[in-house]
Write a protein of this length. Structure first.
Length: 339
């Protein structure tokens, strides 16, 4: 049997599908592997190119295969889908991955280290818990409203409702006390994890440099430092902003260029952080009063949210420049914003 030089892997929880081809493109391997057989299969192979969709567990297996000497390339699933011939089977998906990984125009996802993956988890868990804080607070406000007690929004306001428990019927006090205790516990856990993020930020030279950009705080700096691949993969700063989903989505035909809304096709978490940072800059600029700078004139001519997206785009380009050059942020003397 000829030796496979390119292998596509369709990951799953317990059963993996592999599809390998030789130098001429002829399939030489089509196998299903149990989870326990996966690494043993690749240990018996010489160095080859392995394509995997960037999904749950992909970075873990990518690190394992790299340690064996294989070249691993992760790809966004949406970029692999056009190569599926027909139907939806594990074998067809593995064959599509094997073909897609060899395309010269394919975009790849860098395999994250364990440290980078840990930072990402450190961000995702507090983000999840903050949603739980909002959910719990809304439940408390809805329940006590049944007894004529109306509270404003905000977790701190809700926590102050403990003094109103005496006004509730005895049967309703315990459930509300349980929810208030859960709310306080979640907030304490969020504060603890936030402290861990700040500690990781202080240890990262890249994160410290990025945090110097106006509107880019600790959260944005740490997650960008952990998730952004080698910026040499991007031809320009605009490509990086497009990767984050901060550029208009083109829809052109017949030689007539058209642009629509922003694509929103990148990392939603980073894009949201950049947007919130941009909104904070706009609010601070408004409190200063009238001026002639860009950040004052644009909101007067455009909607605030549109300006925030434009500012987030410029912040992303500044981030790209710092990552590319390894430089420190130096604000313009005549400007009040990054760029």
């Amino acid at each position: 049997m000829s030796q496979a030089i390119t292998i596509g892997v369709d990951l799953a929880k317990n059963v993996f599908q592999v599809h390998g081809v030789e130098s001429t493109g002829k399939p030489v391997v089509r196998r299903q592997l149990r989870r326990s057989q996966f690494l043993a299969f690749f240990e018996g192979l010489p160095r080859c190119l392995v394509g995997i969709e960037a999904c749950a567990g992909a970075h873990h297996w990518g690190r394992q295969l790299q340690e064996m000497g294989h070249e691993v390339r992760l790809m966004p699933p949406s970029y692999v889908k056009p190569y599926v011939k027909r139907g939806k089977t594990d074998a067809a998906d593995a064959a599509a991955i094997c073909e897609a990984v060899t395309r010269p125009s394919m975009r790849f996802v860098a395999v994250k280290s364990e440290a980078a993956s840990a930072v990402i988890v450190l961000h995702r868990v507090p983000d999840f818990l903050v949603r739980r804080v909002t959910q719990t607070g809304n439940a408390i406000r809805a329940h006590i409203a049944e007894f004529g007690i109306v509270a404003a929004k905000g977790s701190k306001v809700v926590e102050g409702l403990a003094s109103e428990l005496d006004a509730l019927p005895e049967a309703a006090r315990l459930p509300i006390e349980v929810l208030l205790g859960q709310l306080a516990d979640i907030r304490a856990r969020v504060d603890r994890l936030t402290g861990e993020i700040e500690a990781a930020h202080r240890k990262s030279e890249v994160s410290l440099r990025l945090a110097a950009i106006p509107g880019v705080g600790t959260l944005t700096a740490t997650v960008v430092a952990a998730t952004t691949p080698d910026v040499s993969n991007f031809a320009s700063a605009r490509d990086y902003a497009a990767w984050l989903g901060l550029t208009p989505k083109p829809h052109s035909t017949g030689g007539k260029p058209r642009t629509g809304r922003i694509s929103r096709m990148g990392n939603r978490y980073i894009r949201r952080l950049l947007y919130l940072g941009a909104m904070s800059l706009i609010m601070v600029r408004r409190r200063r009063g009238p001026g002639v700078d860009w950040l004052w004139q644009k909101p007067a001519a455009k909607k605030t949210r549109v300006v925030a997206i434009a500012l987030a785009n410029r912040m992303a380009r500044t981030i790209f420049a710092l990552l590319r050059d390894g430089a420190m942020y130096r604000p313009r003397v005549s400007a009040t914003m990054p760029g």
